[in-house]
Design a protein around this ligand. Structure first.
Ligand SMILES: CC(C)(COP(=O)(O)OP(=O)(O)OC[C@H]1O[C@@H](n2cnc3c(N)ncnc32)[C@H](O)[C@@H]1OP(=O)(O)O)[C@@H](O)C(=O)NCCC(=O)NCCS
Length: 177
């Protein structure tokens, strides 16, 4: 079995989309309102790829996990109930943000999520980032566990802008690089 973490290109769209739809279904089964509307849309995924921010983890040539590593800052992170570990904000971010993390159905629980988050660290370091930030729904126990197991610190609560009428609270984490 060969695992490869790499930047995505437009040919990866179908694989990424299938993994995100698996993630969406998994969240539905958890009974939480995260990703239960239109988000993440196909346009968002295409824009991620176009921007060069989309990454995939391939197992023997098949996309089995995906994440976005964003370097342009996240305006909603400028306000937090709590405190980030680092001080930069979205106008001049020195952090990278992980978004749209998902592992394919049937591939959970075998370390791919951990591989994905750990693989993002050298990419962010190469971009000169001092930290990684990530946030998830307070009811998303698998994701909360994954983030904590990867050594992130729980910093507080942020309010996302793409909740589509669902709850906006997200537990926010940061890890120094
Ligand atoms: C969250 C998700 C990415 C985890 O991926 P994964 O490949 O199953 O995670 P891993 O196998 O790497 O597990 C990493 C750690 O998280 C823990 N974990 C993972 N799933 C868990 C679960 N269902 N319950 C409790 N802990 C869990 C594991 O115990 C592991 O820690 P350990 O190795 O110390 O035991 C995956 O479940 C998923 O795609 N979920 C749907 C989409 C989603 O929620 N995306 C995030 C939106 S913010």
């Amino acid at each position: 079995m060969t695992l490869q973490f790499r930047i995505a290109d437009h040919g990866d769209f179908d694989g990424i989309w299938a993994v995100l739809m698996d993630g969406k279904a998994a969240l539905g089964h958890l009974g939480i309102d995260q990703w239960q509307g239109a988000y993440p849309t196909q346009q968002i995924v295409r824009d991620d790829i176009e921007a060069g921010h989309s990454y995939v983890l391939e197992e023997d040539g098949e996309v089995v996990a995906t994440t976005v590593i964003g370097f342009t800052g996240e305006p909603v992170y400028d306000s937090i109930e709590g405190a980030w570990l680092t001080t930069s904000d979205s106008r001049d971010p020195r952090y990278a943000v992980l978004h749209r993390v998902a592992v394919a159905q049937g591939h959970g629980g075998k370390g791919l999520g951990r591989n994905l988050l750990q693989s993002a660290e050298p990419v962010a370091r190469q971009h000169g980032c001092e930290s990684l930030r990530i946030e998830t729904h307070p009811g998303n126990i698998p994701m909360l566990k994954l983030i904590e197991r990867c050594g992130f610190s729980r910093c507080g609560i942020v309010h996302i802008s793409h909740a589509e009428g669902a709850s906006t609270d997200r537990v926010a984490f940061e890890k120094l690089l």
